[in-house]
Design a protein around this ligand. Structure first.
Ligand code: COA
Length: 169
């Protein structure tokens, strides 16, 4: 029986997180992005999934702002999400997203943005329709949003500085 558990990431998890990100994406870009977001204190929530003491999944939400009429409203950006390839399809990615959403809502967050596969993120409530009013250089069908209650529907998305051009989840 699977004993997967989810907990907040700690500084001791950094190497394991880097491994999971590199294995999942097959490149170091996302792992580097994670390190930069953490070093820059842009991270809002970071969780790991653990199987038998080993980190096999990772999710990070960073601070993003929606700027409209000179007002900046805080939101979060989901990126990256990664699961160790040998564990794909066992529910770990979904469990990480759902647990993170519960914690973000409880913390008072009202809007999450993701740039990713609509077929995947749609199952958690994200939609392009909810993100279509935002101004972003990444505006496209893959840009999706999920709101909990009252949150902006228009405005310019301002990502944390380490993103540069790498914002896909
Ligand atoms: C995407 C990822 C995090 C999913 O993790 P996971 O633990 O395998 O996901 P779950 O077990 O919770 O869900 C599996 C389901 O998601 C679907 N799925 C996985 N990746 C998908 C994708 N890119 N697009 C559409 N559906 C996808 C699977 O087909 C499966 O569908 P089913 O439930 O109908 O059988 C994992 O595949 C991964 O790390 N991929 C490489 C990194 C990546 O691409 N991350 C960003 C995703 S846009």
């Amino acid at each position: 029986m699977s004993m997967m558990s989810i907990r907040s990431a700690t500084s001791r998890d950094r190497d394991a997180i880097r491994q999971v990100e590199e294995h999942a994406f097959g490149q170091a870009t996302e792992a580097g992005l994670v390190d930069a977001l953490v070093a820059n204190a842009d991270c809002v929530l970071e969780l790991v999934a653990v199987e038998e003491g080993v980190v096999v999944g990772h999710i990070l939400f960073s601070r993003l702002h929606v700027e409209n009429g000179g007002v900046r409203t805080p939101a979060v950006a989901l990126a990256p999400l990664a699961v160790e390839p040998s564990f794909h399809g066992t529910g770990i990615g979904g469990a990480l997203v759902r647990e993170a959403h519960l914690r973000l809502k409880a913390a008072g967050e009202s809007l999450s943005i993701v740039l990713g596969e609509p077929d995947y993120y749609g199952r958690f409530g994200y939609s392009h329709a909810r993100a279509a009013g935002f101004e972003s250089e990444y505006q496209c069908e893959a840009l999706q949003a999920l709101a909990w209650g009252d949150a902006p529907e228009q405005g310019k998305l301002i990502y944390a500085e380490p993103f540069g051009s790498q914002i896909a989840a």
